[in-house]
Design a protein around this ligand. Structure first.
Ligand SMILES: CC(C)(COP(=O)(O)OP(=O)(O)OC[C@H]1O[C@@H](n2cnc3c(N)ncnc32)[C@H](O)[C@@H]1OP(=O)(O)O)[C@@H](O)C(=O)NCCC(=O)NCCS
Length: 165
């Protein structure tokens, strides 16, 4: 459908990122730890500060930000071979277009270039689309984390997935 570009988000992307993050928190609560209220309370300055830390990657269709993910390599020597990713989100109109694939390929390539051995993530056990997406890209289920998240007081279970690089 489009050519997609992967890059690290900067403070200049704050407004676009804020919009996508709100959409995700509202429409895909299984995909986010942050609530709608917590997301809405982060103003543009707060969004700029988060992006300034350099831990969010984005996927663009042309000039438009259509998805993002957190990318957190560990810094301690004994766990420095691993990074956690998430939240991982693509705006609904770009589902099934290859945007999510471009974002994942970008993260994998970045992690490999940095010499990492493993990517890790948590996904709600009922998030079947995301699970299919991750498994198709080689992620393997390592464990189930029971009662890992509570959405509106309801207990949810997560799977823990790893990808060997
Ligand atoms: C997860 C996400 C990034 C995947 O991107 P996407 O563009 O939708 O993914 P794709 O269409 O490439 O792949 C999804 C696969 O799941 C399949 N699928 C769709 N609905 C499904 C369901 N209910 N059960 C099982 N598989 C399903 C699709 O057919 C597709 O498989 P295919 O490539 O063999 O056709 C995107 O859906 C998203 O942003 N979701 C909302 C946020 C979220 O849940 N993020 C994950 C948090 S851990």
């Amino acid at each position: 459908m489009s050519d997609f570009t992967y890059k690290t988000l900067a403070p200049t992307h704050a407004a676009a990122w804020q919009g996508l993050r709100l959409e995700g928190a509202r429409n895909f609560p299984m995909g986010f730890l942050v609530t709608v209220e917590e997301t809405a309370s982060a103003d543009l300055d707060r969004c700029r500060a988060i992006l300034k830390a350099g831990a969010i990657r984005g996927v663009f269709a042309g000039e438009t930000l259509v998805g993002f993910c957190g990318y957190r390599p560990n810094s301690l020597e004994r766990i420095r071979h691993r990074a956690e990713i998430g939240p991982f989100f693509v705006t609904a109109t770009y589902h099934g277009t290859g945007a999510a694939d471009a974002l994942m390929k970008g993260v994998i390539s970045e992690a490999k270039s940095a010499g990492l051995a493993q990517l890790e993530l948590f996904v709600d056990t009922k998030n079947h689309r995301a699970i299919a997406f991750y498994e198709k890209r080689g992620f393997r289920r390592a464990a189930t984390h029971y009662d890992g998240v509570r959405i509106d007081g309801q207990s949810r279970d997560d799977h823990f997935y790893t990808l060997r690089l």
